[in-house]
Design a protein around this ligand. Structure first.
Ligand SMILES: Nc1ncnc2c1ncn2[C@@H]1O[C@H](COP(=O)(O)OP(=O)(O)O)[C@@H](O)[C@H]1O
Ligand SMILES: N[C@@H](CCC(=O)OP(=O)(O)O)C(=O)O
Length: 393
C-alpha cells in the first residue's frame, strides 16, 4: 500500500508548510498567516457542501475535500474533520423530499445517513491509504469533565496513529435539550478540545457578507479583527440543508476566538485554496489573550444547573469590576444545584450577565442571600462565586 502522503506529494512539493501563498491581490494579515501556518486544524464541512436534496451525498465533492485535507496533512498539519451531512445523506434512502422538522424523523435520517457518510469518508481517504475514525459526540460529552477527557484522548490517539478523525454530533441520541445546536459550535468546541491552531469552516458561501447574499447586493468582508467589524452585518438563515445559517457561524467564530483559535470561513469549492493558505473567504482574528481552559469551559461548554439573581451593585461588581460574588448581592436562588456546579448569574430583570462555578449548594445559598460576610458563620465567608471562576457574558 502506498504511504499516505505519496500521492499528493507532487502537488505540494516546493511549498513548505504554512507558506502563505496569498491570492486575489490581498495583503496577508497576521490572522491569515496564523491559519496558513497552523500545525493543527479543525475543518468543518457543512451539509450544503456535501449533499443535495435530490441526490443525497455528493461523492465528487467529498473526494475533492478529502484531496485538499490530505494535501494539508502531507504538508505537515494534523487535521480533524467535523462533517455534517448525516441528515442530508439519509433523506433520499428514506424517500424524504425535504429536511424533516421533527426530531424523531431527523434522528432516523441521521442514523441512515451517518452510516453512508462515514463510509464515504473512509472510501475517499482510502485512496491515499489513510484510515478514518468516526467520533460521534453529544453536548454532554463535552460538558462533563471525564467524558471530555475521554474524547480528547481518542482524538489525540487517532492523530498519533496518523488516522483522520471524522466528528459529527451523535444525532440519534442527542435530545432537544442536549444538542450542540449546530456543527459550527461543535467544531469550535472540538478546536478547543484538541488545542487546534486554526478552525476552517467550509460552506456553500464563499465568506461572510454584510447581508445575506441570496437577498440581493451584499459585500464580502475579507477580515473580522474585532466585534466592531460586525456592526451592521446581517447574518441570515441557512439553506434548505444547513442548520444554523450565518448566525451560527458567527457565534462559532466568537467561541473559537475566546479559545485563541483564528477562523477561516470559505466555500467548500475553494477548499484546496483555503487549506493551502490562499487569501480566500473571511478570516476572523482570535482574541489576543485566550480564556484559560477552565474559564472557557465555564463560559461555553458546561451545562448550567441553576441560576442566581443579583442586585444592581452585585452586577456591577462581577461584570465591570471583575470581583467575586458575595452573598449580600444575591437576591434569589433558582433551581437545585451543588457546590462546584456551573450556574447563570442574572441581573435584576432576569437577563444573564455571567456564568460561574458556585462554592455552595443551592440550599446553603438560600439562607445566605442578602447577608453581609460578617453576619455569616465563619465557614460561610468564602464568596458565592470566586472571581477566578466567573466569566461575564
Ligand atoms: N451575511 C451572510 N453572509 C454570508 N452568507 C449568509 C449571510 N446570511 C445568510 N447567509 C447564508 O448562510 C448560508 C450558510 O449557512 P448554512 O446553510 O447553515 O451552511 P452549512 O450547511 O455550511 O452549515 C449560505 O448559503 C448563505 O446564503
Ligand atoms: N449533525 C447534523 C448536522 C447539523 C448541522 O449543524 O448542519 P450544518 O449547518 O450543515 O453544519 C448532520 O450530520 O446532518
Amino acid at each position: 500500500m502506498p504511504g499516505a502522503c505519496d500521492a499528493v506529494w507532487r502537488t505540494t512539493r516546493g511549498r513548505t508548510r504554512g507558506e502563505c501563498v496569498g491570492g486575489r491581490g490581498r495583503a496577508v494579515s497576521a490572522t491569515r498567516e496564523a491559519i496558513a501556518g497552523a500545525h493543527s486544524i479543525v475543518v468543518k464541512i457543512g451539509s450544503s457542501a456535501l449533499t443535495s436534496l435530490v441526490g443525497g451525498l455528493d461523492m465528487d465533492r467529498l473526494d475533492a475535500l478529502a484531496d485538499a485535507i490530505e494535501s494539508r496533512m502531507c504538508a505537515g498539519s494534523d487535521v480533524v474533520v467535523v462533517s455534517s451531512g448525516a441528515v442530508g445523506a439519509g433523506l433520499a434512502p428514506l424517500g424524504l423530499g425535504r429536511r424533516p422538522r421533527d426530531l424523531a424523523t431527523k434522528q432516523a435520517a441521521a442514523s441512515v445517513g451517518q452510516l453512508a457518510l462515514a463510509h464515504a469518508w473512509g472510501t475517499s481517504f482510502a485512496r491515499y491509504g489513510r484510515t478514518v475514525g468516526q467520533v460521534l459526540l453529544t453536548a454532554d460529552d463535552i460538558a462533563r469533565r471525564t467524558q471530555h477527557r475521554n474524547a480528547q484522548r481518542t482524538l489525540d490517539r487517532l492523530r498519533a496513529l496518523h488516522a483522520v478523525a471524522v466528528v459529527n454530533e451523535n444525532d440519534t441520541v442527542a435530545t432537544a435539550e442536549l444538542r450542540f445546536g449546530d456543527n459550527d459550535r461543535l467544531a469550535a468546541l472540538v478546536a478547543h478540545l484538541v488545542g487546534a491552531e486554526a478552525l476552517i469552516l467550509l460552506s456553500d458561501v464563499d465568506g461572510l457578507y454584510d447581508g445575506d447574499p441570496r437577498k440581493g447586493h451584499a459585500t464580502l468582508i475579507p477580515e473580522v479583527r474585532s466585534p466592531e467589524d460586525l456592526d451592521g452585518v446581517v447574518a441570515g438563515a441557512g439553506g434548505a440543508l444547513g442548520t444554523g445559517g450565518m448566525a451560527s457561524k458567527l457565534s462559532a467564530a466568537r467561541l473559537a476566538a475566546d479559545a485563541g483559535v483564528p477562523v477561516l470561513l470559505a466555500a467548500a469549492s475553494e477548499a484546496s485554496a483555503a487549506l493551502a493558505g490562499a487569501s480566500v473567504g473571511t478570516a476572523f482574528a482570535a482574541r489576543p489573550t485566550r480564556l484559560s481552559a477552565r474559564r472557557f469551559w465555564v463560559r461555553h461548554a458546561a451545562d448550567e444547573q441553576g441560576s442566581l439573581q443579583l442586585d444592581d451593585g452585585a452586577v456591577r461588581a462581577v461584570v465591570a469590576d471583575r470581583r467575586s460574588l458575595l452573598a449580600a448581592g444575591v437576591t434569589t436562588v433558582h433551581g437545585r444545584f451543588h457546590g462546584g456546579d456551573v450556574v447563570a448569574l442574572l441581573d435584576p430583570h432576569g437577563q444573564p450577565v455571567a456564568r460561574g462555578v458556585v462554592g455552595y449548594d443551592s440550599a446553603e445559598i438560600s439562607v445566605m442571600t442578602g447577608r453581609s460576610t460578617l453576619e455569616l458563620p465563619p465557614d460561610m465567608r468564602r464568596p458565592i462565586v470566586h472571581a477566578d471562576d466567573l466569566v461575564p457574558l
